[in-house]
Design a protein around this ligand. Structure first.
Ligand code: NDP
Ligand code: OXD
Length: 320
C-alpha cells in the first residue's frame, strides 16, 4: 500500500461535531485534529493536506509542506488573509446542503419582510387584531448581488415563490427569466430596480465596504413598501455598519436581515440586536455540514492523487 499523507484538521467549528464526523472519515490516513491537546505541539512538517476554518496565524509556518489547502466553508477570506499561505491549490467547499440552507435563509428573510412578520408579532404580543396592506411576492423585485453557486440557487427558489428577481455579478451571467447586470457600469441600473437587496458576495478587495450609504441611496423606493430592505448572507466586511445604522434610522432602508457582521461575534452592546426593523442571526445562514465537508475533501484528494484536476479551485488573484 502506498503511504498516505496524514491530514491536518483545523476547524473552529463545534468540536463535538468535528469529532463525530471524523469517525469513519479519511480511512487509512492519519488525522491530526489540532483541537486535540495531544497535537498542540505536533511537528506538522511533511504533511500534504490541511482542512481549515479560522486557523491560528502560525499554521502555515508549522506546516510548510502542504500540497493542497481545503477551506472548511464556501468563503475563503479567512484563508487568504492567513500569513504564509503557500502557493498551492486552495479548494473551497461547494455542497448541496450548504447551498440549500443558504437559499432557505434568503427565502425565509424575503418572506418575513414581505409578510411584515415583525409588525404582526408586535401586534400579537399586544393582543391587537389588525390587518396591514398585503403585497404579494410578484410585486417585489429581489436583487441578488453575487450570482455564484449560492446566488443562483437563491434566485431559482425565490422565483418559485413568485418574486421578480434581478442579479448582479462581476462577469455577465445569462439566467433564464432573470435580468442580469455586471460590473460597475451595471450596478446603478440593477440597484434602481431592487426592492429587497440580497448580498451573497465573497469578501475581496473589491467588495469590502460595498454596502454603504451611496449604494443604499440608489436602491428602488418605488416598491410596495416605499423603501428598500437589505438582506446580507455574504460577509460582514462588505457592509459599512455605521452607514447601515444611519440608513435604517433615517428610513433610507426600511429594514434589514443580517447574518454577518464587520466584527464577529457581534458585540453584546451592538444596536442591531434591539432594532425593531432588523433580524439578526449569528453567521448560521449556511453552516458547513462537517460530514459532507469531509466527504468532499476525500473526493478531492482522490482526484488529486489519481492525477485528475481539483474542483472548486479559488482564483487567488480575484480573491474568491
Ligand atoms: P461563488 O464564488 O460561487 O460566487 C461569488 C459571486 O460573487 C460570483 O457571481 C462573482 O461574480 C460575484 N462577485 C465576486 N466579486 C465580485 C465583484 N467585485 N463584483 C461583482 N460580483 C462579484 O461563491 P458562493 O456563491 O459559493 O458564496 C458566496 C459567499 O457567500 C461566500 O464567498 C461566503 O463569503 C458567503 N457565505 C456565507 C455563509 C453564511 O453562512 N453566511 C455560508 C456560505 C457562504 P462572477 O460570477 O463574475 O465570478
Ligand atoms: C462559509 C460560511 O463561507 O459559513 O461557508 O461563512
Amino acid at each position: 500500500m502506498p503511504h498516505k499523507s496524514p491530514i491536518i484538521i483545523d476547524l473552529k467549528f463545534i468540536p463535538l461535531e468535528v469529532m463525530q464526523a471524523l469517525k469513519g472519515a479519511f480511512s487509512g490516513r492519519e488525522v491530526i485534529n489540532l483541537a486535540d491537546v495531544e497535537h498542540v505541539r505536533r511537528d506538522l512538517r511533511g504533511i500534504d493536506y490541511a482542512v481549515v476554518w479560522k486557523s491560528a496565524p502560525d499554521l502555515f509556518s508549522r506546516a510548510p509542506d502542504l500540497k493542497v489547502v481545503f477551506s472548511g466553508g464556501a468563503g475563503v477570506d479567512h484563508v487568504l488573509t492567513l500569513p504564509g499561505l503557500p502557493d498551492v491549490p486552495l479548494v473551497r467547499f461547494v455542497d448541496r446542503s450548504l447551498t440549500t440552507r443558504m437559499s432557505e435563509w434568503v427565502v425565509m428573510n424575503c418572506l418575513l419582510h414581505l409578510r411584515q412578520h415583525r409588525a404582526y408579532e408586535a401586534r400579537a404580543k399586544a393582543h391587537v387584531w389588525e390587518d396591514l396592506s398585503q403585497p404579494e411576492a410578484a410585486d417585489v423585485t429581489v436583487g441578488v448581488m453575487g450570482l455564484g453557486v449560492l446566488g443562483q440557487d437563491a434566485i431559482k427558489k425565490l422565483g418559485v415563490l413568485g418574486f421578480r428577481t434581478v442579479g448582479w455579478s462581476r462577469s455577465k451571467k445569462a439566467i433564464d427569466g432573470v435580468e442580469t447586470f455586471s460590473g460597475g457600469e451595471g450596478l446603478e441600473a440593477f440597484l434602481g430596480q431592487t426592492d429587497f437587496l440580497v448580498g451573497l458576495l465573497p469578501l475581496t478587495d473589491e467588495t469590502r465596504g460595498i454596502f454603504n450609504a451611496g449604494l443604499f441611496s440608489k436602491l428602488s423606493r418605488s416598491g410596495p413598501f416605499g423603501a428598500p430592505v437589505f438582506i446580507n448572507g455574504g460577509r460582514g466586511g462588505s457592509q459599512v455598519e455605521a452607514d447601515l445604522l444611519a440608513a435604517l434610522a433615517s428610513g433610507v432602508l426600511r429594514a434589514a436581515s443580517l447574518d454577518v457582521f464587520e466584527q464577529e461575534p457581534l458585540s453584546r452592546d451592538s444596536p442591531f440586536w434591539d432594532m425593531e426593523n432588523v433580524y439578526v442571526t449569528p453567521h448560521v445562514a449556511a453552516s458547513s455540514d462537517v460530514r459532507a465537508l469531509f466527504s468532499h475533501v476525500e473526493h478531492q484528494i482522490a482526484r488529486f492523487e489519481s492525477g485528475q484536476p481539483l474542483e472548486y479551485l479559488v482564483d487567488r488573484s480575484a480573491g474568491y
